[in-house]
Write a protein that binds this ligand. Sequence first.
Ligand SMILES: Nc1ncnc2c1ncn2[C@@H]1O[C@H](COP(=O)(O)OP(=O)(O)OP(=O)(O)O)[C@@H](O)[C@H]1O
Ligand SMILES: [Mg+2]
Length: 248
Amino acid sequence: MKDSDAVYIENLTKKFGHFTAVDRISLAVRTGEIFGFLGANGAGKTTAIRMLCGLLLPTSGNGRVAGYDILTQSELIKRAIGYMSQKFSLYPDLTGRENVSFYGAAYGLGKSAIRDRLEILSDRLQLREFLDRPTASLPIGWRQRLALAVAILHRPRIIFLDEPTGGVDPVFRRRFWSILYELAEEDVTIFVTTHYMDEAEYCGRISIMHQGRIIEVGKPRDMITQHQAHNLEELFVDLIKGQDQADA
Ligand SMILES: Nc1ncnc2c1ncn2[C@@H]1O[C@H](COP(=O)(O)OP(=O)(O)OP(=O)(O)O)[C@@H](O)[C@H]1O
Ligand SMILES: [Mg+2]
């Protein structure tokens, strides 16, 4: 691994009983990179991300995130990263402001630091008018933007976003991605999953995962050219189909 790697994993594996959800995946993601972690439903993306975030112990393999060992330094990893989970990243019955206060305290930020940071993020993510409504009542686009604000509250250098734009309309998705670009320009590393192929094309590099394995890694354009596909969607479908046939 290089010092400039934000994420480095080697043969990372997670088994649930006899079932292998993540099967010997290896990757290196550079600092400031926008890395798209793609794959079919059930491929193992969320399981892999939970291991990277220090929330789930691997069965085997090793790796480092933000310079910390995922096997022995998960508490340090949790503090160094931001994480937006696929399902429950905010408390639905709390307002945006209350969610921010709760998570800010959990990250160890003091009251005035939370207030200052919320000021900045409210402007940057245009959240102000939605902060005092229960999160459950917000349209999903706003909710996800708020969840991003919470994930970057403590200024993490790496953020893991697990399908942050699922169910979000195209206009909101554009805006969300322009915020991700701004973060990447500040050298924040972004590790993101998506099922939207237009978003995958915004990534510097992507990997494609299938049944626990990474079957392809590279720049979206290079992959399309190499496989003589018309676009990423066609490439994705062909790769998964090809893999299913090879496995049969
Ligand atoms: N705690 C668990 N116990 C048993 N099996 C699990 C557990 N967590 C996940 N799995 C299984 O591991 C596989 C990978 O699941 P995972 O949620 O990581 O996939 P994913 O790539 O995130 O899918 P999606 O795109 O639908 O979010 C699935 O077959 C899932 O049912
Ligand atoms: Mg998932």
